[in-house]
Design a binder for this molecule. Sequence first.
Ligand SMILES: Nc1ncnc2c1ncn2[C@@H]1O[C@H](COP(=O)(O)OP(=O)(O)OP(=O)(O)O)[C@@H](O)[C@H]1O
Length: 935
Amino acid sequence: MATGIVEEFLALKSETDADLLTMQCGDFYEFFAEDAETVGEELDLKVSQKSSHGSSYPMAGVPIDDLTPYVRALVDRGYRVAVADQYETDDGHAREITRVVTPGTFLETTDAEAQYLATIVRADGSVGGDPTETGDDDPDGPFGLAFVDVTTGRFRVTTAADAAELRSELYRHDPAEIVPGPGVREDDALLEGIREAVETTLSVHTSEAFAPGRARRTVRDQFGDGALEGVGLDSDLPIRAAGAALAYVEETGAGVLASITRLRTDGDADRVALDATTQRNLELTETIRGTSDGSLLETVDHTVTSAGGRLLREWITRPHRDAAELRRRHDAVEALAAAALARDELREVLEGAYDLERLAARATSGSAGPRQLLSVRDTLAILPQLTEAIAETPLADSPIAAVFAGLDREAARDLRTELADALADDPPSTAGQGVIARGYDADLDELIDRHEEALEWLDGLADREKRRHGLSHVTVDRNKTDGYYIQVGKSSADGVPDAYREIKTLKNSKRFVTEELREREREILRIEEAREERETELFDDLRERVATRSGLLQSVGRALAELDGLCSLAEHAAANDWTRPTVADPGVLDVEAGRHPVVERTTDFVPNDLRLDEDRGFLIVTGPNMSGKSTYMRQAALITLLAQIGSFVPARSARIGLVDGIYTRVGALDELAQGRSTFMVEMQELSNILHSATEESLVILDEVGRGTATYDGISIAWAATEYLHNRVRARTLFATHYHELTTLADHLPRVENVHVAVDDGGTEADGDGDVTFLWTVREGPTDRSYGVHVADIAGVPDPVVDRAGEVLDRLREEKAIEARGGEGGTSGGSGAGTTQAVFDLSAGSFADSDVGDGDGTDAEAGDGSNPEAGDGNDARVDDADTAVASDGRGGPTPALDPEIEAVIEELADVDVNETPPLELATRVQEWQRRVDDAE
Ligand SMILES: Nc1ncnc2c1ncn2[C@@H]1O[C@H](COP(=O)(O)OP(=O)(O)OP(=O)(O)O)[C@@H](O)[C@H]1O
């Protein structure tokens, strides 16, 4: 070879965009130059120096058979590793890159979780931009997405309407690698958002792969002509993403395309919308702190196989809305929960199952060894065992039996029999001698017979020689340098016959060979070679036949996973006294003695009822800090979600109208770390909910408006409540410390108050008594907030606590807020409530004002600039004892200080629409100062 080995390495490296290259050099895979230094550091490999053409290069290597774990470690750290293999040529050998192992295409993963590669493509012509600037995600979309798990052959395509939906899909799949298409990879703000949603490797792939024509062809080639129409893919976006994903997988050389047989496009029509924020807030798969411990998944996961665990995760992150499917799962869980013995038996049998979906992919890529095929055999053998375990139990008439109904059992049995016939019982880990069982192939049997015969001859040789030539201490053995030899002890070494040719003298013995032994040796080597070749050939054929059945293996694998998932739900339900939910009319959520599925595991939990229906769709939840408001609301969301994955729920009874989405807005604990203003995040989340939720959604709001000044906060919370109640009409639970909001129940017909009760000894109204948390939710608002009390028990000095109490009383007296949109409520006629809250700048308090637009549904926050009250519909809730409380039409009361009167006049003259905000703010400050001085 003209060039040195390092030059060859560097030339190959320049051909690939992989981060690292490893090149086979005989029995080693070597890294050179910078790559050697990187792996040396990352994997603690010894780095030596290699001289080549006068230069010295760092070099690090691993033995051929050890490559996989090293590559796995590198891929886990996010590297893409190109592998160049060596192959024989007529004049020596050559090397070429055979595959690029990337985080999303690594087949030999040991992680039980799904390993997705995602591609994202954006509609041509859509504009990029920072969503935080506009507060609106839409301009970025829509997007096409494809998710492929090469380890199982799963392939799913979907679309996302905007960047928020995109992030939700990514969060749900948690891809190990993302290949952003053109238009996505140049958009820094979008990429930033993606990185926030998931920790992943971003890889670049050619734009052509995303081109519509090319992508469509790739998808057709993979799934057949009718595939696109068959799954109703009429939009270019998902097809472009799908085509690019297939092209990328092919280019990495993982060799698994054949195991990707099914194109899933399950859209969101039958799924519950769960945005990334909600998945995180409800701690579905990991806690807010990022641990899986304490998540819903971890709590209910009793699966015994990794495929079962993956499926359960998928269920939890993609709940269903299809009542028939849910009923089927509920039936199955009910049957399994009631049949403890049969369930135990099923789970025990399932424990012996290997990951068939992954084994199918390994067979397809040609990387499955003999032991993997044995695992296929053993897992297929489980099918009849499961059927037996189900037969003659109550499960036989349940949907459990149907889980296996659609499988081609005959094909499964044939494959299992073939594997059982072909494979030796305890084969070595790689293909070759000893892999194939006797009786499977006549040619091989003959070779084995001859091999055994020759070995037998060798076995008896020492004894025969002893006898024939009167020798003692004779052994026959074999090693690499000497081949087969006869070893004779020193004492007899001189008496060996002439035919013995000495080849080595040792301290106490001599080694000889004979012509006959050499002849036998040649024969044995010939047989061994032929045997090795035949067994490898037979094994490769066998593996190929298994690969052609990858569809069957995937279906059986999924059925086993489903049974495991259902058993897990049943196990948890039975162990924790969960109950079967009833699917009720939309709009209903009626839970008797409900508990929080995770908190109940670690706490002596106090169950609570919850009722939402047509006439009572919005609950304002009040109660002291730490009393359990958040827990109560999350419990409502989780019970709904559990019911919609087919699970039982933690309650005495539950009637659940299926929801189309669950939306949450709770305290943003971790956002500050990401450098965004907490309040901005809060408002973006609120905005998303107000845009996305529908009448069939469940909305959980925890402390909306807390991140800003109190009055702003109350105003926003107030207006959001009106909007959700009047316009969105979603079932809503809203926890708040703003007691002002509780008055809304008097005016908005479907709003009700509940509070989490505490026992304060019933004594001091100012909150000085000892508080015992009761964790009990009762109808009506709480009579006061306990923030000052909490400050007291937290050790805030007495003078501060006392003063805080006084200030609180004062503030309470000064507030007056009006409700609007009270459709038939006390505010005056159906849909005609039009009173809005007006924040009076000079007094720092709310006063009422009617805008008189009269449609009762317009819930925009009052603009605060209209002190002129109109007639009627005045739903004033709290008589404001302030100097400027409006009485309907009049101006300021005569008792006012002249200076204050002057301020009010100036205020009335201001044209808010024409005055720049900064100037307005300055003037407000000035007015406040003057009012303060006057008081
Ligand atoms: N029903 C219950 N039974 C027993 N313990 C409960 C119950 N509900 C809540 N808790 C316990 O009370 C603690 C506080 O609950 P939670 O965070 O829901 O209160 P909160 O009212 O939302 O508080 P804050 O207003 O300060 O946010 C939880 O950590 C939980 O352990």
